[in-house]
Design a protein around this ligand. Structure first.
Ligand code: DGL
Length: 271
């Protein structure tokens, strides 16, 4: 039995997930959204499995307490390192009626028609091997070449355009003969336009702001028992665990001046 009047939660380690939320809400505007950016613990990309698992549980617990029935983990590092464990160990005991979806499955599915995909992602995502496992299972004929690109998140967060371009050029030169480039990190969608100018036009860019809204819509069509529990006032609430001017600026740029971003502390004793 599912509770009624539930919201859609979007979880990320920082601000990149805002871009994913904006895209989802453009496609599915009627639902109510709660965004949580765990900016206090950013970057997840250089953290251990146990740290990411713990922070993800704390973030989910906050979102569930704020009436989220469905949570989309926009953060690839958290999806890659901790989602399966959350689904098998944490949810069944503490929140058996809530659903949590990640990035690895939908992004992999979006690559199925390509021959050779280049993945750029954080160290945590690449080291987890999650994309390799999912590619083998879902699209075994597609070759995957993974490249950890740890300098990009701090540069994108800093907003230093020239250094972002230089770093992207250096990294992308290492991925040759690919026909698609998978942006395996929330932040990379923000610089998709720059990436498009660097890679040959024959390379398709697989980005979560285009993939995830359609996959979410498809998921809700296939799961009416979840869809009918969702409230429909078209609201958005924004929370971070550590406030920054950059987060406020971007949130206002993307969602309008009127939005309110609140700083919150997460429950730290989540088992
Ligand atoms: N949100 C993370 C991801 O998608 C990137 C930022 C971080 O390292 O925390 O992998």
């Amino acid at each position: 039995m599912y509770a009624q009047g539930m919201k859609v939660g979007i979880f990320d380690s920082g601000l990149g997930g805002l871009f994913t939320l904006r895209a989802i809400a453009e496609t599915l505007p009627k639902y109510d959204y709660v965004y949580l950016g765990d900016t206090k613990h950013l970057p997840y990309g250089s953290r251990s499995h146990d740290e990411i698992y713990q922070y993800l549980k704390e973030g989910l617990s906050f979102l569930f307490q704020n009436e989220c029935g469905l949570v989309i983990v926009a953060c690839n590092s958290a999806s890659a390192e901790a989602l399966k464990r959350v689904q098998s160990e944490y949810l069944p005991i503490h929140y058996p009626d809530r659903k949590v979806l990640g990035m690895i499955v939908p992004m992999t599915e979006a690559c199925a028609s390509y021959d050779h995909v280049g993945l750029i992602a954080t160290l945590a995502t690449v080291h987890s091997g999650a994309y390799e496992r999912e590619f083998k299972k879902r699209t075994p004929h597609t070759r995957l070449t993974s490249l950890a690109t740890p300098n990009l998140v701090p540069l994108i967060e800093s907003g230093d355009h020239e250094r972002v371009v230089a770093s992207l050029k250096e990294y992308l030169a290492q991925l040759t003969d690919i026909d698609a480039l998978l942006l395996g990190c929330t932040h990379y969608a923000i610089v998709k336009d720059i990436i498009q100018k660097i890679v040959p036009t024959s390379v398709a860019i697989i980005s979560q702001d285009t993939v995830v809204p359609l996959k979410t819509s498809d998921y809700l069509d296939r799961h009416p028992e979840i869809e009918k529990t969702l409230s429909r006032d078209g609201t958005k609430a924004f929370f971070v665990t550590s406030m920054s001017d950059r987060f406020r600026e971007l949130a206002k740029d993307w969602f309008g001046e009127a939005i309110i971003v609140q700083e919150v502390s997460l429950p730290e004793d989540v088992k």
